[in-house]
Design a protein around this ligand. Structure first.
Ligand code: PEP
Ligand code: MN
Length: 274
């Protein structure tokens, strides 16, 4: 991959660790879970408590939602940021939330521990540059039409502005297959790791679009070397205002989280070549 500079691994053990409190992404397996969108304080807090009780350290939830239709729910915006601040205060979970507009970066960074850049914005260069100037780690999702090389060049935009803390996220790409919402490209995990020192996580929720497929693809991602997972879970999936088909129920989340964390511990022993 010609032209990549800052994302390229310099030697086999070269790995960026992203410290957050006692944990570090890239060293400890990161389980991020929460609803697609923040819908209410009750919904967010109930889901966050569930997530925490299963041992996850990170809570996700969208305040600003990139929706295909302008007539769909766009997120609660500022109100959701206040709810996320409360979740963070009351649970101690690290908050991950999407930022869509360069003008919102500093405001979202006041509340979020990690800024998410969504698949649709992977090539929004002013947004990448703005997050590159801020002090929060960035979770950068692969665009559904983007090659791994394009993903890495987008990460370069952030790194080049001085922010070294980028987490790459495979979330499925568009193929001719229509049974699944996207085609989760699990080969991207070991491929990216051959090239880059950045941590790589996987989103099997958007990657498949079906709750029933999230558990097996989560385990497959762990086995393929993912540094973490980001999962959508809702306390009442049938009432979810966005992405309800892919939301794990509390009981399915519980079972899946346990299996994921068990398997991740199995793989935690350092492998040769790392
Ligand atoms: C999301 O995480 O809620 C989301 C919109 O994901 P993506 O950008 O991968 O579609
Ligand atoms: Mn979603």
């Amino acid at each position: 991959m010609e032209g990549l500079k800052l994302t390229v691994r310099q030697h086999p053990g070269h790995k960026t660790l992203i410290p957050l409190g006692e944990t570090a992404i890239g060293r400890d397996f990161a389980l991020i879970a929460g609803p697609c969108s923040i819908e209410s304080e009750d919904q967010a807090l109930a889901t966050a408590r569930l997530v925490k009780s299963e041992g996850a350290l990170f809570f996700r939830g969208g305040a600003y939602k990139p929706r295909t239709s302008p007539y769909s729910f766009q997120g609660l915006g500022e109100e959701a940021l206040d709810i996320l601040a409360r979740v963070r205060r009351e649970t101690g979970l690290f908050v991950v939330t999407e930022v869509m507009d360069p003008r919102h970066v500093s405001r979202v960074a006041e509340i979020a521990d990690i800024l998410q850049i969504g698949a649709r914005n992977m090539q929004n260069y002013p947004l990448l540059q703005e997050t590159g100037k801020c002090h929060r780690p960035v979770l950068l999702k692969r665009g559904n039409n983007a090659t791994m090389e394009e993903l890495l060049f987008s990460a370069e935009y952030i790194l080049a502005e001085g922010n070294p803390h980028v987490i790459l996220c495979e979330r499925g790409i568009r193929t001719f297959e229509s049974y699944t919402r996207n085609t989760l490209d699990l080969s991207a995990i070991p491929s990216l790791k051959e090239i880059t020192h950045l941590p790589v996580i996987v989103d099997p929720s958007h990657g498949t679009g079906r709750a029933s497929l999230v558990p097996p693809m989560s385990l497959a991602a762990v086995a393929a070397g993912a540094d973490g997972l980001i999962l959508e879970v809702h306390y009442r999936p049938e009432e979810s205002v966005s992405d309800k088909e892919q939301a794990l129920s509390p009981s399915l989340f519980q079972k899946t989280a346990r299996e994921i964390l068990d398997l991740s511990r199995f793989f935690q022993t350092p492998k040769t070549g790392e």
